[in-house]
Design a binder for this molecule. Sequence first.
Ligand SMILES: C[S@@+](CC[C@H](N)C(=O)[O-])C[C@H]1O[C@@H](n2cnc3c(N)ncnc32)[C@H](O)[C@@H]1O
Length: 190
Amino acid sequence: MYKYVNNVISITREIMLEKVKIGNVVVDATAGNGHDTLLLAKLVGQEGKVYGFDIQESAIKNTNQKLIENKLAERVYLIQDSHENIDKYIDERTDLVIFNLGYLPGGNHSIVTKAKSTTIAIEKSLNLLKENGLLVITTYVGHEEGKTEEKYVKEYLSNLDQKEFNVLKFEFINQINNPPILYCVEKNKL
Ligand SMILES: C[S@@+](CC[C@H](N)C(=O)[O-])C[C@H]1O[C@@H](n2cnc3c(N)ncnc32)[C@H](O)[C@@H]1O
């Protein structure tokens, strides 16, 4: 059971704490300021591996700096490219892929994830997942691009074959100001 269910960030964190094990291969598809990448790097241990993507140089630099300060940089591969090219960089199965969409808080709000590239990246990430692997996606509907993106993401995930994937949506239906929405997609054993 989750300790708190008041926001999707804490739920996401608890999912990572529960799911990610020593030796896992995981992906942060939107590294941003590196909070999720850092947690993942701690959780996979010395034998594990983290791939972190972001299109912004400053995000990659900030994330790298956090990892260096925590002496965890050697288990993380940071890639300055769009997550839609994930298959160019990763040719192994992954245990978890996380997307925290939208713009970087405190950064340039005009640099946002986009519906089309996000959907391509989600499709490729699902292909890379191991059986029982998990995809975790947070969408933000408080800005225009985010509303479109949420529509695309929901449409794409709703049409996944239930024999192959379990798709769960977390949504705060009584909160004001467009709270973020969280999706978890588990790849079934075939
Ligand atoms: C909400 S922030 C991520 C926050 C991050 N998870 C953290 O813990 O700080 C979204 C990030 O997605 C990045 N981004 C936007 N489009 C992208 C793309 N096509 N591929 C990879 N990253 C992208 C932005 O540059 C931004 O840093």
